[in-house]
Design a protein around this ligand. Structure first.
Ligand SMILES: Nc1ncnc2c1ncn2[C@@H]1O[C@H](COP(=O)(O)OP(=O)(O)OP(=O)(O)O)[C@@H](O)[C@H]1O
Ligand SMILES: [Mg+2]
Length: 358
């Protein structure tokens, strides 16, 4: 059994938060908008929304933050409350299974409070419908009783600001999406921005790091601050155990080699997939299930855990005939692509393994 079967999320370079992340994240979260690194556009747009609300002395429009995990949605929602000087109530879609759960939360909000609803795409249907009315009219209908005798008692709510976060904006029903006055689309971070994230976190964690060391970690962090912070902690361990604690580029690189995170942020599974694609199948096209068998993994693991980043990095492409490697993939693994075969010539190895699906 491979290490990925048990828990495909148990990797150093996953963007999902593990227990250790959660414990340190509170300490590493920027508290104000000017402390928040990168996301220039979202920051500027949000700053206008917040300043205008402050000027008018009213609660700002509801805000939706969308984007991949670990890019700062929860952090920004807390910053919104802090910038407004308002209290924040935190809940999530999966925690609200019944409309009644939502009614209880909404009816206990105070004026101007920020309600942070994480994973808003995972709310139940009845709760969602209650939310429409709450967002638009600051009102909910509380149903009392059951069956034919049930009555709806309208309940006025104080003006509040909903901040919704989602990794899957496409799954939000349009009526819900339309009720947000502002949507911030979070993007992956540029290496220079992640370098600033690493330096800032190092200062907070009392880690001595030189700028090139920070750049080395940033380059392996897949555009994601959460991963940058996690790699920094692993590099810190290495620097403290094997050296005097100072993080240089060389120490960062050696530490992350130990953890099998390469210069581009690929881990062992990512490289195994690329390696099989190149060495066994001549760069493809090869079907997903054949590729998965070659690396001893389930198709789902290859498709959901390894491929998204390989595709994003332009190392692998999904085509109707199967998976193919790009020139960048050959270069990254230091291999030479085979000379193109022509019809009638010896078939490429990939042609002996026809694409099975996908
Ligand atoms: N712009 C930033 N500047 C500095 N640190 C950041 C920034 N964005 C995120 N971080 C750090 O990255 C970590 C993850 O951020 P956060 O929890 O806000 O991500 P998220 O988008 O809510 O992720 P998820 O989708 O998993 O809930 C936090 O520790 C936070 O400190
Ligand atoms: Mg979050």
């Amino acid at each position: 059994m491979s290490p990925y079967d048990a828990d495909p999320v148990d990797r150093l370079v996953t963007a999902a938060a593990d227990g250790e992340d959660q414990a340190v994240e509170a300490a590493l979260r920027p508290k104000q908008l000017d402390e928040f690194i990168g996301q220039e556009r979202v920051r500027e747009q949000l700053s206008l929304v917040l300043q205008a609300a402050r000027k008018r002395g009213s609660a700002p429009d509801h805000v939706l933050l969308s984007g991949p995990p670990g890019l700062g949605k929860t952090t920004l929602s807390m910053i919104i409350a802090a910038e407004l000087g308002a209290p924040i109530r935190i809940t999530s879609g999966p925690a609200i299974q019944h409309a009644g759960d939502l009614a209880a939360i909404l009816s206990s909000l105070t004026e101007g409070e920020v309600l942070f609803l994480d994973e808003i795409h995972r709310m139940s249907r009845p709760a969602e419908e209650m939310l429409y009315m709450a967002m638009e009219d600051f009102r909910v209908d509380v149903i009392v009783g059951k069956g034919p005798g049930a009555t709806a008692i309208p309940l006025e709510l104080p003006p509040f600001t909903l901040v919704g976060a989602t990794t899957r904006a496409g799954l939000l029903p349009p009526p819900l999406r339309d009720r947000f006055g502002f949507t911030g689309h979070m993007e992956f971070y540029a290496p220079v921005e992640l370098e600033r994230v690493v330096r800032r976190s190092a200062a907070l964690l009392d880690v001595e790091i030189d700028p090139v060391g920070a750049a080395e970690i940033a380059g392996r962090s897949r555009g994601t601050p959460r991963i940058a912070n996690r790699l920094l902690r692993r590099v810190r361990d290495f620097a403290q155990v094997r050296h005097d604690g100072l993080v240089t580029a060389e120490i960062a690189a050696r530490a992350l080699d130990v953890y099998e995170v390469d210069a581009r942020g690929l881990d062992r599974l990512d490289r195994a997939v690329l390696d099989a694609l190149l060495r066994l199948f001549g760069g493809g096209p090869v079907g997903l299930s054949t590729l998965a068998v070659a690396v001893g993994e389930e198709s789902e693991t290859v498709e959901e855990v390894a491929e998204p980043f390989l595709v994003r990095e332009g190392l692998l492409a999904r085509t109707p005939r199967g998976r193919i490697a790009t020139a960048a993939a050959w270069q990254h693994l230091g291999l030479t692509p085979p000379v193109q075969t022509t019809r009638g010539a010896v078939p490429a190895q990939s042609e002996l393994f026809p694409a099975d699906e996908g």
